[in-house]
Design a binder for this molecule. Structure first.
Ligand SMILES: Cc1cc2nc3c(=O)[nH]c(=O)nc-3n(C[C@H](O)[C@H](O)[C@H](O)COP(=O)(O)O)c2cc1C
Length: 167
């Protein structure tokens, strides 16, 4: 599916609204062509090192983590409100157990090799320029207690937004 390129700030308010209300869809594709997608509720968009960057937080236990580790790229897909059930599926089932991309139309990204979801009106294609892990001693104790009672500290992937595409 051919989309038009837009500036990364295009409908950014809507992206942040969806992030906070249901979540966005984080997809990635490995060198062997296998892909996976999961729901994310935590991310930031801004400027770092003079680049437009989206930072996503992924726990090592996620199957998607392996895909980003291998490919060092990902696509953040902004779903429509009508995709609510699919977003729930992607946030509650692992790609280890179910192929979450089997019954949804996809394309290959225009700037990275990651899969993108045709039903999503806006897609951010990102190449990892930096990553770091949440450092427990540096975290506010209330956040540590609330979000990491089982460890599994997020890895933060700083994705250079190499292309933002709208339908
Ligand atoms: C609304 C919502 C937001 C979520 N946000 C994140 C997130 O930002 N980071 C994360 O690691 N997991 C997040 N999750 C959990 C993953 O989406 C979930 O564990 C998913 O099943 C992982 O799929 P995978 O194993 O195929 O990668 C979220 C789940 C939901 C429902």
């Amino acid at each position: 599916m051919k989309r038009k390129e837009v500036v990364y700030t295009h409908q950014l308010g809507e992206t942040l609204h969806r992030l906070a209300h249901g979540g966005l869809l984080l997809a990635s594709t490995r060198a062997d062509g296998a892909s996976n997608v999961m729901t994310i509720g935590w991310a930031t968009v801004g400027v770092v090192w003079g680049l437009p960057v989206m930072v996503v937080l992924v726990r090592p236990s996620r199957y998607t983590y392996q895909f980003i580790e291998e490919s060092q790229s990902f696509a953040v897909n902004v779903p429509t409100p009508e995709m609510k059930d699919y977003v729930t599926l992607c946030g509650t089932r692992s790609g280890r157990d179910v192929d979450k991309l089997a019954e949804i139309a996809t394309s290959v990204g225009q700037s990275v090799d990651s899969v993108v979801l045709d039903a999503c009106p806006l897609v951010y294609e990102c190449r990892v320029v930096h990553w770091n892990d949440v450092q427990p001693p540096n975290l506010a104790p209330n956040v540590l207690d609330r979000s990491y009672s089982h460890g599994d500290f997020h890895r933060l992937y700083y994705g250079h937004i190499v292309g933002t595409y709208a339908q």
